[in-house]
Design a protein around this ligand. Structure first.
Ligand SMILES: [Zn+2]
Length: 150
């Protein structure tokens, strides 16, 4: 079943036009963000509104169809956090300069490792350079996100 334009727009509205994983603003992108399936289609996930998340291409491609990841600190396999049941702010926090996402829990570490939120394993940290511009422009990070003290 194809996802219709109304559902696509509702997902974008619900996400406030941010990637629901890394909180990158969609307007920073030259293309509209993709829709990720929380339960991957390859595992039977549906095109229902509650199974869809707005995701930048980086996060969508890196997440692929993984639902678990190894926490690099404990070496335990943990479930990636469920965007509909858990809060970003309970697992992740911005550095004071808002260039990096830090992990505060096992789930956050696993998610950050799978999605490489700070481009530490990909692209020589490119996303951090982008975040610097967004911060200078005053549109990053969103005010509701937790941020370390200066
Ligand atoms: Zn993202």
């Amino acid at each position: 079943m194809a996802i219709n334009d109304r559902t696509r727009q509702s997902v974008r509205d619900r996400a406030k036009f941010l990637c629901e994983y890394c909180h990158s603003p969609e307007r920073s992108s030259s293309v509209v963000f993709t829709l990720d399936h929380l339960i991957p289609q390859s595992l039977g996930g549906s095109d229902e509104f509650d199974n869809l998340a707005l995701a930048c291409r980086r996060c969508n491609e890196r997440r692929y169809n993984f639902t678990t990841e190894i926490d690099p600190q404990t070496q335990q396999e943990v479930a990636l956090y469920n965007l509909r049941q858990q809060l970003w702010a309970d697992h992740l926090i911005w550095t004071a300069d808002a260039l990096k996402i830090l992990r505060t829990t096992t789930t956050g570490r696993a998610m950050a490792h799978r999605l490489d939120f700070n481009d530490e394993f990909h692209n020589q940290g490119f996303i951090q350079k982008s975040r610097q511009f967004w911060t200078q422009g005053g549109w990053h990070p969103r005010s509701e996100d937790p941020r370390q003290e200066m």
